[in-house]
Design a protein around this ligand. Structure first.
Ligand SMILES: *[C@@H]1O[C@H](CO)[C@@H](O)[C@H](O)[C@H]1NC(C)=O
Ligand SMILES: *[C@@H]1O[C@H](CO)[C@@H](O)[C@H](O)[C@H]1NC(C)=O
Length: 536
């Protein structure tokens, strides 16, 4: 009797023990802690071996600066990471003191070392979304969380923005050239593509410069970035000729499109993103009208389904709207699930959004498409041997493929292919970004489970030497995700810290109110503007 009883006791104890750990792994708090650990390991490796360089290689531990700057760094990784540190600091239950320490380290560096008087040409677009965006959200969050001296970030943001402002005065159209010298103020055309700018470059500056106008009360930043749209919509070419879509190159001197290549991947993506986000930030209805036209264009011209499983994807129109749809989709396009979901709901839970006067058939379609695309993007991880998505996939549209296809990797159901040259993974954020939005707009647990699966694949495959000692653990991009385990590359992008790990952390936070915040294209959060009170 006694033996039976203690056996039962033992079995119960083991079951309880297992249930405890299973439920612990499922708890949002446990998962946040794990994401925080990875952030801290990756960050400390950078601090130890790469500080304060813009470019860092976690395998060889080599470092250098952006745009060939030899004297000073731009703070590429540091500035991009500040608000992730703050967001984790604010909600951490296990690592609060560590994040506070890291915040104080970066604040000190920004105060005493960061100097944008650098004689080098920088990309206006990249520097705006990463550096200006990072400083502005650091200002906003440190102020709101009452930590550190937020003026430090604002002062640097104003200095940087003022150094970039001459770019907007160089052309009759107001469309800036691609790069600007932070010391001389001279700007330069894109060296490739016959001098044309990427459409997404000059249409992805607005949230940052407008927010700076809102904080400072000085309208000059706002006016400069608003001007660039006028040539695009005044001639009605966007809404008319291209069905709300825009070719990916524009000549800055006369605002004419170069070629007819239309896609939502690189050079096109954040043009669409900032149409909606400007509306969400300031409620200017013009931008919602343009966004609506674009999304109808996307649905009419670019959306298709794979064979045989009907995975919904967004293809490309390389030869204009009348040309064939290429079934190629960049991982970059995976931001579209989150964008469409935010456009449909404006940040409200879906069941509340459906009750609003703004709800419509078009929004209903957008919402369905948001869910379908996010599912496809999840499958781009789930079906790959290592559990990590490649940079680009080609969907099976049942057309006859040219020679060379035999070398392409094919998914088990045959829905998509990966070319060997596209099999790398840069630890990009777009899929977990969409998953984060869809979770908070639905509270459907499946999204957290997808995000957790992706996080575990990143942790497993992109980490180096984590087994020996926690403190010497680095994370890196991967060369070939079709191999299991994938081959390792030697680089870490600033968006790993700024976006991928931040969106994963937000996925497992409980009180994220998406009606109050708008994320720039580098995941830097700005508050939604309540009222405009600008000096003229
Ligand atoms: C910081 O944490 C508090 C308490 O959990 C929360 O109410 C607040 O929204 C958080 N702030 C931000 C900006 O996340
Ligand atoms: C905060 O930073 C600003 C800008 O650098 C500086 O002028 C001010 O003295 C600082 N305030 C404190 C309390 O250190």
């Amino acid at each position: 009797m006694l033996i039976v009883k203690s056996l039962i006791g033992l079995v119960t104890a083991v079951a309880t023990y297992r249930m405890f750990f299973a439920s612990q792994e499922n708890s949002a708090e446990y998962r946040r802690n794990q994401i925080e650990s990875v952030f801290l390991q990756s960050w400390r490796d950078y601090c130890k071996h790469g500080w304060d360089a813009d470019v860092y290689k976690p395998v060889s531990k080599e470092k250098s600066n952006m745009y060939g700057s030899t004297d000073k760094p731009l703070g590429w990784i540091i500035v991009d990471s500040i608000d992730s540190i703050l967001i984790m600091y604010n909600s951490s239950t296990a690592n609060k003191a560590q994040f506070e320490e890291e915040f104080l380290r970066v604040e000190e560096w920004v105060t005493t070392k960061l100097d944008y008087d650098i004689d080098v040409h920088v990309s206006l677009f990249e520097t705006t979304i990463r550096m200006l965006g990072g400083l502005l959200s650091a200002y906003h969050l440190s102020k709101e969380m009452n930590i550190g001296n937020s003026s430090v970030f604002l002062e640097k943001a104003i200095d940087l923005a003022d150094r970039m402002m001459p770019a907007f005065d160089n052309t009759p159209t107001g469309i800036p050239y691609s790069s600007i010298n932070l010391h001389t103020g001279a700007s330069e055309r894109n060296h490739a593509d016959n001098g044309a700018s990427s459409t997404a470059e000059f249409t992805t500056l607005q949230l940052e410069f407008k927010y700076l106008s809102i904080i400072t009360g000085d309208t000059k930043y706002w006016s400069a970035v608003e001007k660039v749209y006028r040539p695009l919509y005044e001639s009605n070419r966007l809404l008319g000729h291209y069905g709300g879509l825009a070719p990916i190159y524009v000549y800055p001197d006369n605002a004419k499109f170069r070629g007819n290549n239309i896609r939502l991947g690189s050079r096109g993506d954040s043009f669409y993103e900032y149409l909606l986000k400007q509306y969400l930030q300031t409620r200017e209805t013009l931008y919602y009208v343009l966004y609506r036209a674009s999304m109808e264009g996307v649905k009419q011209h670019l959306v298709s389904k794979s064979h045989p499983s009907n995975l919904v994807y967004i293809g490309e129109k390389e030869y204009g709207l009348r040309g064939p749809l290429s079934p190629k989709m960049d991982h970059l396009v995976c931001f579209m699930g989150g964008l469409l979901a935010m456009g449909a709901t404006e940040g409200l839970h879906i069941s509340d959004a459906r009750q609003q006067p703004f709800w419509s058939t078009q929004r209903d379609e957008d919402w369905a498409l948001a869910q379908d695309l996010t599912y496809t993007c999840y499958q781009m991880y789930h079906q790959i041997p290592s559990g990590l998505a490649p940079e680009i996939v080609v969907f099976n549209d049942q057309s006859q493929r040219k020679s060379g296809t035999r070398q392409w990797w094919k998914s088990s159901n045959g829905d998509f292919y990966v070319k060997p040259a596209d099999a790398h993974n840069l630890q990009r954020p777009e899929t977990v970004e969409s998953i984060m939005f869809l979770y908070h707009l639905t509270k459907d647990q499946k999204y957290r489970d997808w995000g957790w699966e992706i996080f575990k694949s990143f942790r497993k495959h992109s980490s180096l030497s984590c087994k020996s000692s926690d403190h010497d653990c680095a994370y890196t991009c991967m060369g070939n995700v079709l191999a299991d385990p994938p081959t390792i590359a030697d680089s870490v992008e600033s968006f790993w810290f700024a976006e991928t790990l931040k969106y994963l952390h937000l996925l497992f936070q409980d009180d994220v109110d998406l009606t109050k915040v708008v994320f720039n294209t580098e995941a830097h959060p700005f508050p939604v503007v309540k009222s405009l009170n600008l000096r003229n």
